[in-house]
Structures are given as structure tokens and as C-alpha cells.
Write a protein that binds this ligand. Structure first.
Ligand SMILES: Nc1ncnc2c1ncn2[C@@H]1O[C@H](COP(=O)(O)OP(=O)(O)OP(=O)(O)O)[C@@H](O)[C@H]1O
Ligand SMILES: [Mg+2]
Length: 508
């Protein structure tokens, strides 16, 4: 007897429908899985046998062959247990063969219970796109699956319930309402509130502009001046994600297996802070079955690189391409996969190894040449991709001891959100979400500079020796500053502020 059911695999960010066929013929007991299975899929034989028996069904004592198609796609993980088990039950006549329009997703326990599996959201979306609209999922994955509109989600707790449903003796469990439609109540704020950070008004302003347009920032200053503190407080002023952005981010976390079952949708912009000992693969993604790296996990959020020069030359250089393209393509022998990587880079660094170069109070003890060598660890091309460069000086006692609180993050966030809204309206119908996303062509279209400010731009280009990229970055940043002041055209003060955020000469 032969039975065929469908499941789904994830390749990069895309779901691919996998057909699982089980054939049962006479002969001595034998069970094989074919179709490029990895070690975990091979182990399905043991799990399926136990799960089928423990669910009250008979497992054939003859020759069983399970084939996974397309055969040229490498199969990984335990997600094929469920379709193999269901096909076995159908092939032995213990359930009717009417599983044609269904897609089976989930992992199987030895007792026949269904478990959550990574990648549910992209798999449900892909199944829907390929014309399958009835999808069987584990009960624990139902909330995540329900994020896709227009499909019938059928949640079950175990294999026996699925067989009962196929035999028309049972019903699926109730589907939770789509969490995307639920009213969103923001959780308790993470990170410190802007109000508690003393002084550093110009840094706060720079971070506000950066958040408004999604621009990259690097902060430089002596130890203990508050760089790490300021970067971490950035979360509290970022604008909320749109629904589309939230779904994109949720897909990445779903594939990475980082989506907590209790929060099936990522509503808060991610904030990732990898250590400088991270590997290239950990940072940009990759591996045998390519997985998203830190730059994709911070998609639509912040990638914070603390102690920037310690990251080392190669690690920073691999960031250059994704910083420009906002996606990362990883090539493997079997083909290439692309992950989104549209993140806001925030870097923090000391000006020299001892940390006090340029400090008005404490003398720098670094040997001659050390400072330049330290700062040169960050290459010109990397710095060219930074929109905002701010110095974070030592904070004096008077300011630190001042008990008055500053402006609350909530208020800053409201301004940032208003700016972002303006940008979303401007970019309606395009793929752009914020000013930082603009390409050179978009800059020409959207960044009109006031007549009287043209000469300022020309002088800056000449005196600061700016690259073409820096020119476009200044215009994008000036666009954000203008948006933040509700000005349709870029005026001289907006340009002047944007220009003074360029990296200092020592670094270039
Ligand atoms: N502006 C500030 N307002 C209030 N507290 C501050 C401020 N700056 C620094 N601090 C206090 O000093 C501590 C150290 O600051 P932080 O870790 O941000 O320094 P840093 O600039 O990152 O130093 P390093 O270069 O050594 O990494 C903070 O945890 C905070 O308690
Ligand atoms: Mg620090």
C-alpha cells in the first residue's frame, strides 16, 4: 500500500513543500527513509515506530520505505516524523487516504504528542502561497500559524487526534484569534529611561535623529562616560513596528527557533548586542543549513557593537556589504539563500587603548602612534557607512549630582514616531520604510535642498573631502532632521547639523 501526505521545509527564509510517500510491501521487517535525509531525519525511524504504537495504532512488521521529495533538497531535523507517521497510518488502512489538501507541520514525541517546530510562520505562509489552505499544526504552534490570513489552521495535541479527525470521528482544537488583530499593550519598558541619563544632551539629540530615520551611529568617548548606557536606552525611544515589519521579524525569529511560544509575534524592535568574540558566521549567518546571524536577528531593530575596535578587521569588513545592501546572501554548494538585514548599527568605542585621549582631565598614557593605530582598526569604508558620529565626553560632577530628571523616553518616542509616520507616508507604495533605506536614486527624488543651502553643501563636499556615499548619507540624514522639524524642504540648519555628524579627521 502507498500513501502520500505533504509537509514543508524551510530553505533560508522560504518554505518549500515536501511530499512524503510511504510504501508498505511484504518481506522481513525493514524501515528506510530516503531522499537526502540527515542524521536527525534518519532517527525518525525510531521515533515514528514508537509514536505510532503508543498512539494505539499498529506499526507494520514488514518492509516500510518512506521517500521525501524533492529528492535533491537536503532534509534536516525532526519535522518529518509527523508526515511519515500519518502516511504510515494511512498506508496500513488505519485512516482514510483523504489527506490530499492538507499540510502536516510539527514534531512528534515518542508518546505521539505534537511539539512545536521552528519555522511555522514561513511554512504556513509558503503552503498558503502554493495553494494549500488547510494546515495541521501542533496546538503549541497555533498562535504563530494564525498570523497568516486566509488559511484554515487545524491545531491538534497528538497523533491519535489527527487520525480521529481523518476518520471523521474528531474535531481539531479551537484556533486562537490572530494575535496581529489583538490590541497591543506594550510590555514594561526595557532599557533605561532617557530621563535618568544626566547631561549628554547632544548625544541624546543624535540618538533621537538616528531613531527617527533609522541611521547608523558611532559614539566615541572615555570610559564611564555613558556610551553603553545611552545605547541601551535607545530601545525606549524607537518607534513601534508596523504590522508588516513585525511579521518579517517574526519569520526570522521563527526560523532561528528563538520565538518564545508565549509571544508568537515580535512586536518590539529587536536589540542585539553580540560580543566581539562572535564568529563571522554568528554575525552574518551561514552554516551547513544556513541560519540567520546577528545582523538578520537585528533586522528592523538595533545591532549594538560595544567596544567597536575590538571586533577586529575581518568582522567589521564582512558587515560592509549588508550595511549597503540591507540583505545578506549566503552561497552554498546547493545554492544561495538571502536573509534580510536592515538594521540600525550602533557602535561604541574609546578613542584609544587607555581610553583618555582628548580627555580634558585625565592624561592619555598611550605611546605615540598607538592612538592612530587603534582608531585605524576601523577602516575608512566602514566609517563611510556611518551616518552619525558623536563624541561622548566625560560628564562633570554638577550635572551628575543634579537631581532633576530629564525628558522622559515616552515623549522622545512620540516625536520619533511622528517623524517615522511622515516617512512611511512619503514612501507609500515603495519598499522603503525609513529615510536610511533610500538609494542614490531615491535621494535625488526625495531630498530637495533649499536654494540658499546648496552652497553650504558644496563647501562641505570640498573642505571635508567627502565621498559620493558620504554625500548621499548627509542628504538622507538632513532629510530626517527636516522631517523631525516638519519641514518639507531641506534647509541650511538641517544640512549643517547633518554635516557636523560626519566622522572626525583623525578617524578618516
Ligand atoms: N550621563 C550619565 N547619567 C547617569 N549615569 C551615568 C552617566 N554616564 C555614566 N553613568 C553611570 O556610569 C556607568 C558606566 O557607564 P557606561 O557603562 O555607559 O560607560 P561607557 O562609556 O560605556 O564606558 P566604557 O568605555 O568603559 O565601556 C553607568 O552604568 C551609569 O551608572
Ligand atoms: Mg561601555
Amino acid at each position: 500500500m502507498l500513501a502520500k501526505v505533504r509537509s514543508c521545509a524551510v530553505v533560508g527564509m522560504e518554505g518549500v513543500i515536501v511530499e512524503v510517500e510511504v510504501d508498505i510491501s511484504g518481506g522481513l521487517p525493514f524501515f528506510a527513509v530516503v531522499g537526502l535525509p540527515d542524521a536527525a531525519v534518519q532517527e525518525a525511524r525510531e521515533r515514528v515506530r514508537a509514536a505510532v504504537r503508543n498512539s494505539g495504532f499498529r506499526f507494520p512488521g514488514t518492509r516500510v520505505v518512506a521517500a521525501l521529495a524533492p529528492a535533491n533538497l537536503k532534509k534536516a531535523g525532526p519535522a518529518y516524523d509527523l508526515p511519515i507517521a500519518v502516511a504510515t497510518i494511512i498506508a496500513t488502512g488505519q485512516a482514510p487516504a483523504e489527506a490530499d489538501g492538507l499540510v502536516f507541520l510539527g514534531e512528534l514525541g515518542l508518546d505521539g504528542s505534537l511539539r512545536h517546530t521552528p519555522g511555522i510562520l514561513p511554512m504556513v505562509a509558503a503552503s498558503h502561497e502554493q495553494g494549500f489552505s488547510r494546515i495541521i499544526v501542533p496546538e503549541a504552534s497555533a498562535k504563530e500559524a494564525s498570523l497568516v490570513d486566509g488559511v484554515e489552521i487545524l491545531p491538534f495535541a497528538n497523533l491519535a487526534q489527527i487520525a480521529a479527525y481523518l476518520n471523521k470521528e474528531g474535531q481539531p482544537l479551537p484556533v486562537p484569534i490572530n494575535v496581529a488583530d489583538e490590541e497591543y499593550i506594550p510590555p514594561e519598558m526595557t532599557g533605561i529611561d532617557f530621563a535618568y541619563i544626566k547631561g549628554q544632551e547632544h548625544v541624546k539629540r543624535a540618538l533621537e535623529i538616528a531613531a527617527a530615520g533609522g541611521h547608523n551611529v558611532v559614539m566615541m568617548g572615555p570610559p564611564g562616560s555613558g556610551k553603553t548606557l545611552l545605547a541601551r536606552s535607545l530601545c525606549s525611544i524607537l518607534p513601534p513596528m508596523t504590522n508588516d515589519e513585525a511579521i518579517e521579524v517574526t519569520k526570522i525569529y521563527s526560523i532561528s527557533g528563538l520565538l518564545p511560544p508565549s509571544t508568537p509575534m515580535m512586536r518590539q524592535r529587536p536589540f542585539r548586542s553580540p560580543h566581539y568574540t562572535t564568529s563571522n558566521v554568528g554575525l552574518v549567518g551561514g552554516g551547513h543549513f544556513p541560519k540567520p546571524g546577528e545582523i538578520s536577528l537585528s533586522h528592523r531593530g538595533v545591532l549594538f557593537l560595544d567596544e567597536l575596535p575590538e571586533f577586529g578587521h575581518t568582522l567589521l569588513e564582512v558587515l560592509r556589504q549588508p550595511l549597503e545592501d540591507r540583505v545578506v546572501s549566503i552561497s552554498r554548494a546547493q545554492g544561495s539563500v538571502t536573509f534580510p538585514a536592515n538594521f540600525m548599527l550602533v557602535g561604541a568605542m574609546n578613542p584609544c587603548p587607555c581610553g583618555y585621549f582628548g580627555d580634558p582631565v585625565k592624561q592619555c598614557t598611550c605611546a605615540q602612534g598607538t592612538v592612530a593605530r587603534y582608531q585605524k582598526r576601523i577602516s575608512g569604508p566602514f566609517l563611510d557607512r556611518v551616518d552619525i558620529f558623536v563624541e561622548v565626553p566625560r560628564i562633570d560632577y554638577e550635572k551628575l549630582a543634579d537631581d532633576r530628571l530629564g525628558e522622559k523616553s515616552e515623549k522622545v518616542q512620540a516625536r520619533v514616531t511622528a517623524s517615522r509616520k511622515k516617512q512611511l507616508e512619503r514612501f507609500k507604495g515603495t519598499k522603503l520604510n525609513s529615510n536610511a533605506d533610500m538609494s542614490a536614486a531615491d535621494v535625488r527624488e526625495y531630498c530637495q535642498v533649499e536654494e540658499s543651502a546648496q552652497s553650504l553643501l558644496k563647501a562641505a563636499m570640498k573642505q571635508l573631502n567627502l565621498s559620493a556615499r558620504a554625500f548621499h548619507r548627509i542628504l538622507k540624514l538632513a532629510r530626517t532632521i527636516a522631517d523631525h522639524e516638519d519641514s518639507d524642504i531641506i534647509k541650511a540648519p538641517h544640512l549643517a547639523e547633518a554635516i557636523q555628524y560626519r566622522p572626525r579627521s583623525l578617524l578618516m
